[in-house]
Design a protein around this ligand. Structure first.
Ligand SMILES: Cc1cc2nc3c(=O)[nH]c(=O)nc-3n(C[C@H](O)[C@H](O)[C@H](O)COP(=O)(O)OP(=O)(O)OC[C@H]3O[C@@H](n4cnc5c(N)ncnc54)[C@H](O)[C@@H]3O)c2cc1C
Length: 329
């Protein structure tokens, strides 16, 4: 390839075709993830369910909180802080929202009882934001009351752009009654500039992610230099302002650049953390921890792992080979 121009051309043509195929596969997976019929079929077919569960196991804490706690303890022992999320979103009934709320309160209690070094993460749509903002705020208060007993940090996730205004409003209200409440901002959204300027004035950790949801045209940046620069500029401002932040990415180059910013601003312990999803580029996070940086592993658990698995493969289609390997072991 290095010395023969024709071979180089063929190589790039093949690589281009490969990327094209991987992207087609990724889009199909995103569609499959949202397809309720496919999901129902999978959940009703024990064989298929067990096969795919093997691929999901690499990315989830387990189907139960208890299984996850065991993994969290192991990570804590190795020097990682953790975050725990009960998987789910967009509940349709008050009953489902109440059940999810009770589960999040149980996470807070177990963190206290077992003395885990862990925070809690959640989607507001999982506790009823799509049903009513007041219902969601009440449920969030129940969770933060449980968290307050151990001063446990709770961090709200970022969802699709149709929910961003409602998430911001709820966060601002809830920050008034619990200040150990953080929020996730998506660097790819142009609106984040304004949200960031407002939220940096409040207490509460800001977790910066690139953004995972498809958006309408004109609302977000694609992956690339513009987004990487925006991401790092948010991190830089948080570190400079001594604002609690989480650098949540698996992107090695961003992590390296962020390391230099941490070295430059020297934030106190706990004011920053490098955060990765369990099972993704874990060696990079381990390296960061071994170099002395604060590192955090984000666990999700529950039975709704199908969508989560599809998303992890879709965002990095080469993971399909890992999934095949896990399934055939
Ligand atoms: C702790 C945490 C919390 C998050 N919370 C939210 C949230 O609330 N809302 C939201 O919209 N998004 C959330 N995300 C997802 C985030 O928005 C991105 O979609 C996701 O992290 C992929 O972007 P990236 O910056 O990691 O890397 P990308 O820019 O997508 O990719 C850069 C490189 O990172 C590595 N990489 C990325 N993804 C994978 C993968 N799945 N497997 C293996 N390697 C990979 C690869 O080396 C890749 O080349 C969260 C992510 C993390 C880590």
């Amino acid at each position: 390839v290095l010395f023969c121009p024709t071979a180089t051309f063929d190589f790039y043509k093949k690589e281009h075709r490969m990327n094209e195929l991987l992207n087609v596969g990724a889009q199909a997976l995103r569609r499959a993830a949202l397809n309720q019929e496919a999901k129902a079929y999978l959940l009703g077919n024990a064989h298929l369910f067990n096969v795919l569960k093997k691929a999901a196991d690499r990315y989830i804490g387990g189907e139960s909180l208890q299984e996850t706690v065991t993994k969290v303890m192991a990570q804590n022992q190795e020097g990682f802080k953790c975050s725990i999320e009960f998987m789910g979103e967009n509940v349709a009934t008050e009953q489902e929202a109440a059940e999810a709320t009770a589960e999040f309160a149980a996470i807070c209690r177990i963190i206290m009882d077992k003395n885990l070094n862990s925070t809690v993460s959640l989607d507001l749509s999982h506790i009823g934001l799509g049903i009513s903002a007041d219902l969601c705020l009440n449920n969030l208060r129940t969770i933060t009351n449980a968290a307050a007993a151990g001063n446990i940090e709770v961090i709200i996730s970022a969802e699709g752009t149709d929910q961003t205004d409602a998430v911001m409003d709820t966060y601002k209200k809830a920050n008034g009654f619990y200040n150990n409440l953080g929020i996730t901002l998506q660097a790819y959204l142009y609106r984040t500039q304004d949200d960031f300027n407002e939220l940096i004035g409040l207490d509460g950790r800001i977790r910066i992610v690139k953004g995972a949801f498809e958006t309408k045209k004109g609302l977000s940046m694609s992956r690339g230099t513009e987004l990487d620069d925006a991401y790092l500029s948010y991190v830089e401002r948080l570190l400079r302002n001594r604002h609690k932040c989480s650098i949540a990415t698996h992107h090695a180059e961003i992590q390296s650049a962020a390391k230099m910013l941490v070295d430059q601003h020297k934030p106190e312990k706990d004011f920053y953390e490098f955060e990765s999803l369990f099972g993704i580029q874990d060696q990079q996070l381990k390296n960061l921890k071994n170099e002395g940086y604060h590192a955090k592993v984000y666990f999700v658990y529950g039975t709704e792992w199908y969508l989560y698995l599809c998303n992890r493969i879709a965002e990095y289609p080469l993971n399909i080979f890992r999934a095949l390997d896990d399934i055939t072991k």
